[in-house]
Design a protein around this ligand. Structure first.
Ligand SMILES: C[S@@+](CC[C@H](N)C(=O)[O-])C[C@H]1O[C@@H](n2cnc3c(N)ncnc32)[C@H](O)[C@@H]1O
Length: 251
């Protein structure tokens, strides 16, 4: 039987790797690397660095595949996500069938934690349900960008006894959020913090958390929203893309 390990590698700092992840890395014969284009080469480099640093006394190899992209522009968001996941499923099936022999162990190195805004687990479950590949898999949790954000700002995610909501920039912009006083926003392509009605709300913003490029900004939206927009624009020019997360805390 083939075995797959879905290993959370933390959201940027190689020191975020847990002891459980180190043990898992040392069981893998073939690491599947999904190439997301030149601007995201640093993400692939970090995965290679993690393997070099933590794998001892074992030979392993990498099998690279181009990661399919979501169609953008004038298309229905849910349809484009379904299409993307179908394309990813085909890529994963090919990797598992062609690159792994019976009895071998394959590894997916998932950014942050595999349970948070990541499709790897969902895709593997879909492949198993289709019956087109047979394998067993395990999930190893990792430190999410949400935890990294809270740690770097030295702020608790919740206020005492209250709940937290974790959502996307898209949902914030559409007003599809609850009335929680602590809202964590990820995957924001549109500067959605400008849409928050009460601009006295505090924002704890972090980009490229845990990496040498990390940027942190904290303050009331009234005071820092424009600065964050400027910094995001400049970061996009410098790095080719932006990777940021923020906590909104109502007054
Ligand atoms: C596809 S989700 C993956 C989340 C990941 N599984 C996790 O546990 O953090 C990508 C989003 O995570 C957030 N993110 C991931 N790593 C980050 C980092 N180092 N700094 C800031 N935000 C990050 C950003 O909101 C980004 O748009």
């Amino acid at each position: 039987m083939k075995r797959l390990l879905v290993i959370g590698i933390g959201a940027g700092n190689p020191d975020y790797i847990t002891m459980q992840a180190v043990k898992a890395l040392n069981r893998v014969d073939v690491f599947f690397l999904m190439d997301k284009g030149q601007s995201k080469d640093k993400l692939i480099d970090l995965r290679r660095e993690i393997c070099e640093r933590y794998i001892t006394d074992r030979t392993y190899r990498f099998a690279e595949a181009h990661s399919p992209e979501r169609e953008r522009g004038d298309v229905d968001y849910n349809v484009s996500v379904d299409d993307l996941n179908r394309a990813k499923q085909q890529t994963f099936e090919r990797l598992i069938n062609d690159e792994l022999s019976d009895g071998q162990c394959g590894g997916f190195l998932v950014w942050g934690d595999p349970a948070l805004y990541d499709s790897t687990i969902r895709i593997l479950q879909a492949i198993l349900a289709s019956g087109r590949c047979a394998f067993e898999f395990e999930v190893i949790p990792g430190i999410t960008s949400v935890q990294a954000l809270a740690a770097q700002h030295k702020v608790p995610l919740n206020t005492i006894g209250r709940s937290i909501e974790i959502t996307t920039g898209r949902r914030l912009a559409a007003g599809q959020v609850s009335d929680t006083d602590s809202l964590v926003v990820m995957l924001d392509a549109e500067d959605s913090y400008h849409q928050v009605a009460d601009q006295e709300t505090e924002i704890y913003w972090g980009a490229y958390l845990g990496t040498p490029d990390e940027i942190l900004i904290h303050g009331k939206l009234n005071d820092v929203a424009d600065e964050i927009e400027r910094v995001r624009k400049a970061a996009r020019v410098e790095h080719g893309w932006i990777m940021d997360t923020y906590l909104l805390r109502k007054p």
